[in-house]
Unconditional design. Structure first.
Length: 272
């Protein structure tokens, strides 16, 4: 990486009024980020869908879409119109009728859309719940790679994957400058502050920028309360909090990355 690159992230939610309404709200956020000069906009995990992991998957499997479905097509059109890449979470239809993937897709201004991550670690059913994410989705392959967006090498983790240090180490070993974390919300039992503490710890340990896009609000579409905290945030490679809020931007600075790596023997070792 040789030049500064601006990245933005936006909270969305609560989902429940339909995917078209969710996309419309996200579109306004992406437009705002494009207006700041950002080259990449990051949206949360499953941003256009209600979070229904605790429900019987039979009633919700229709929400999965193919790669040429309406949400991916929307992202491709918006990316081209605004000249900004868009990273977003979606339930990506499975192969041969299998369970879908909890996926992250990248739309580029040229009109292409590609899957760049599949959620690896699927939480089981919570206390008192009959179902969990593992009942709804197929786990992704146990690997974390990178993709180039402008001058930046980007790795993507989806929500629960952030809890596993090996995912961050794999991202750093693959040469990531930035790790994007697409989030629905922390576990209800998480203590206050743990989410940002995790991001700061892993960003510093691996000398990478970390940007999280999180959902917010309370969803009630299933008849139960599903809480999202909306901790959209950007963390520097030395573990500092650069920004928090509903819509944020951060400049990915190659000089700051190099300084963090020079001062961190562990991070240097990961890139050998």
């Amino acid at each position: 990486m040789t030049t500064i690159f601006r990245v933005g992230a936006a909270s969305t939610g609560p989902a429940g009024n339909g995917t078209a309404c969710a996309r419309q709200a996200a579109e306004a956020a992406v437009e705002a980020l494009a207006g700041t000069g950002a080259g990449l906009a990051i949206l949360p995990e499953l941003f256009a869908l209600p979070y229904v992991a605790a429900e019987d998957p039979v009633g919700w499997e229709h929400l999965a879409e193919p790669l040429d479905g309406p949400t991916a097509s929307w992202a491709a059109d918006l990316s081209s119109r605004l000249d900004i890449s868009i990273l977003f979470g979606m339930a990506l239809a499975g192969v041969d009728g299998g369970k879908p993937f909890n996926a992250a897709l990248l739309a580029r201004p040229g009109g292409t859309v590609e899957p760049v991550a599949h959620k690896i670690h699927l939480p089981p059913a919570g206390p008192g719940e009959a179902f969990g994410e593992a009942d709804h989705f197929t786990p992704g392959p146990p690997c974390v790679g990178t993709v180039e967006v402008g001058p930046v090498r980007l790795a993507v983790l989806i929500c629960y994957d952030r809890r596993f240090p090996e995912c961050w180490r794999a991202a750093a070993s693959a040469g990531a400058d930035l790790v994007a974390v697409l989030v629905a919300g922390p576990a209800p039992s998480d203590p206050d502050g743990i989410f940002l503490a995790e991001l700061r710890t892993h960003a510093r340990a691996n000398a990478v920028y970390a940007v999280a896009a999180a959902r917010y609000g309370i969803e009630t579409i299933t008849g139960s309360y599903v809480r999202h905290d909306g901790e959209t945030a950007a963390v520097t490679p030395d573990g500092g909090i650069a920004a928090t809020g509903p819509t944020i931007t951060i400049d990915i600075d190659p000089a700051r990355l190099q300084a963090a790596r020079n001062s961190n023997p562990t991070a240097r070792h990961l890139r050998i």
